[in-house]
Design a protein around this ligand. Structure first.
Ligand SMILES: Nc1ncnc2c1ncn2[C@@H]1O[C@H](COP(=O)(O)OP(=O)(O)OP(=O)(O)O)[C@@H](O)[C@H]1O
Length: 282
């Protein structure tokens, strides 16, 4: 459905995207990366809101940078900084947004209902919690009935309950579409993504099934009780925990396994942090 070829973007001297290439069909793809990695830039370009400095996007084999109409119509995009007017009700706002796109407002009512907001749809958005607002945003995106959905950090600021609920609704409602969502929260990926794209400093550094990252990694995870930090030795420290007894337990990734450390099963979080560790001294 979508072919992204050598997409690059610069803001003045800053390289935000560097030769990103991938192909995507239906399914949920998580775009994982640190702050400033280039995720929002990539999503805005795919949403046809901004043109890349170089590269091309093919939607059903049609070049879409110069002629974005078909891709734009096929795409619903939820920005990171979506505006939720405090005085409007969810129903009125969703109707307004759908009419702007030329869609039927009826689908908005249906999705508000399906996402558990039917009984509060008449209430002003100012009275909604963060989780309810994000669900309203998702209801709007689903009501657009597009084959492609782009969500920029949709779980940011949600508490763990709201996040789980958001995952459930997203996974249940989008099985026949392509969903690309950005996040820097690894558990979002573990919950719903069939594939992850890891972006670091504008480059695509991993593209595959989340499990592949943990099963094919050459570098082991380990933990060690140590009061002295072992930073700056080619290791990535992925967790530090103070035990009740007062000692400090560190979890890390890298070879050689430090003396006194115990090898432990690696996690997606370990391997993601290792791949995007910009302070690591190699
Ligand atoms: N309008 C802009 N002008 C100049 N630089 C920009 C602009 N937008 C983004 N950048 C820079 O481009 C890089 C990529 O930014 P982008 O917002 O795409 O990253 P991100 O992965 O979405 O980050 P975050 O998780 O913080 O939203 C960053 O270094 C950012 O500072």
């Amino acid at each position: 459905m979508l072919n992204i070829e050598k997409l690059s973007h610069r803001y003045q001297q800053k390289v935000a995207l560097d030769q990103i290439t991938f192909h995507a069909e239906q399914g949920i793809i998580g775009l994982l990366g640190r702050n400033g990695a280039g995720k929002s830039t990539l999503l805005r370009i795919l949403a046809t809101l901004q043109q890349p400095s170089e590269g091309e996007i093919f939607y059903h084999n049609q070049a879409s940078i110069e002629n974005p109409k078909a891709l734009r119509q096929a795409t619903a995009y939820l920005p990171q900084d979506m505006v939720y007017p405090a005085k409007l009700s969810a129903r009125d706002y969703i109707h307004y947004l759908l009419r702007l796109r030329g869609n039927s407002p009826k689908a908005g009512d249906e999705w508000l209902e399906k996402l558990g907001l039917g009984s509060v749809a008449h209430k002003p958005l100012g009275s909604y919690s963060g989780g309810m607002r994000q669900r309203m945003g998702l209801a709007y995106i689903l009501a657009c009935e597009t084959p492609i959905i782009l969500l920029d950090e949709p779980t940011q600021g949600l508490d763990p309950w709201e996040r789980v609920r958001f995952h459930e609704y997203l996974a249940a409602a989008t099985h026949d579409r392509l969903v690309l969502f950005s996040t820097h929260i690894v558990s979002d990926i573990e919950a719903i993504a069939h594939r992850i794209l890891i972006i670091d400093q504008g480059k695509l550094v991993f593209d595959g099934h989340p499990q592949t990252l943990t099963t094919t990694s050459a570098e082991p995870s380990w933990q060690i009780e140590a009061n002295l930090p072992i930073y700056g030795q080619g290791y990535t420290i992925t967790n530090v925990r103070r035990e009740i007894a007062g000692s400090v337990r560190m979890r890390g990734v890298g070879l050689p396994i430090p003396r006194g450390a115990t090898r432990v099963a690696t996690t997606l979080e370990d391997q993601y942090l290792r791949l995007t560790d910009q302070e690591r001294i190699v």
